[in-house]
Design a protein around this ligand. Sequence first.
Ligand code: HEC
Ligand code: HEC
Length: 273
Amino acid sequence: MSPRGTANLVRRLWMTRATSRPLGGLLLLGASIAFVWAAVGLAASSRLEAQLVRSDPDAAAANARLLYFAAARGAGVFKAECASCHGADGKGNTARGVPDLTDADWLYGSGKVRDIEKVAYYGIRAHNPRNWNLAVMPGFARPVPSASEQLAPLSPGDIAAVTAFLQSRGGQPAGLAAAEAGRRIFAGKGGCYDCHANDAKGDPAIGAPNLVDKIWLYGDGSRQAIFDSIAYGRQGVCPARAGRLSALRLREVSLYVFALSHRSGPHPDKSPP
Ligand code: HEC
Ligand code: HEC
């Protein structure tokens, strides 16, 4: 019932001659207590809101009360703004190159709230002047693999070799000779080392994924999936939300994602402190 509806009901009961005055008084007292209770609750949550936007994002995550408050609200923001791509459970979709936000593996940064928030604000390859857009995976089957890097195309044999190299480094069976040829392409004419690092473990400063762990952004680590990434290139986009969502909502959703991926600490599924 709306506050006005409640007030009308109280007034009607108060006015009806059939109703005894003590009952009206009791109802009025009850309504007043409910009103004060709601006002106190409202004041407390607006105090927490102010604290949340003012505080350093990672300091907010270290404060269990703030984290619960933010994460509980961020769950709704995530559902409305992020779940369509990242999934209701935040686990992403390797068929579309959408990363899992619940694990400890990060393409950009190291999973601090400020890293997550930067993506939530400005996005990745999202045409926002402050977005992440430092590296694009070239398509090595194209005559000109990259618009920004000087790279020669690779033959299907070269792509198969470098695929074998990555599979062998990741502990999957691969031909020895092919893997060795692929190692030379990785460290040489392919220019792969430039973005993915010499050890192929990636670079979170530019969003180049680790290629020798068990976590794949695209596909399942099969020969075909790796081959396709190298041949066609990849260019995942995460939209920017700055200007669309308030600073408060962006902080709430960032803390929610932080809580999803840091389950040993406070978590919205667990009971509050
Ligand atoms: C200019 C930087 C750059 C170069 C050079 C480059 N990559 Fe990448 N690569 C990336 C980026 C960035 C991504 C992630 C793409 C995305 O997020 O959509 C990526 C993704 C990949 C993936 C998919 C990984 C996954 O988890 O699904 C593979 C495989 C890969 N690269 C292999 C290579 C190989 C092999 C070479 C050399 C022949 C190479 N890359 C050269 C930047 C680069
Ligand atoms: C249109 C689909 C889409 C939507 C909607 C979307 N994302 Fe993304 N997000 C992606 C893709 C794709 C990537 C990977 C980009 C890449 O390849 O570099 C990503 C990457 C990220 C990353 C980086 C993960 C890492 O490992 O470093 C974060 C954090 C993130 N998204 C948070 C969010 C949040 C929070 C929202 C909602 C406010 C959101 N995303 C909405 C598609 C989406």
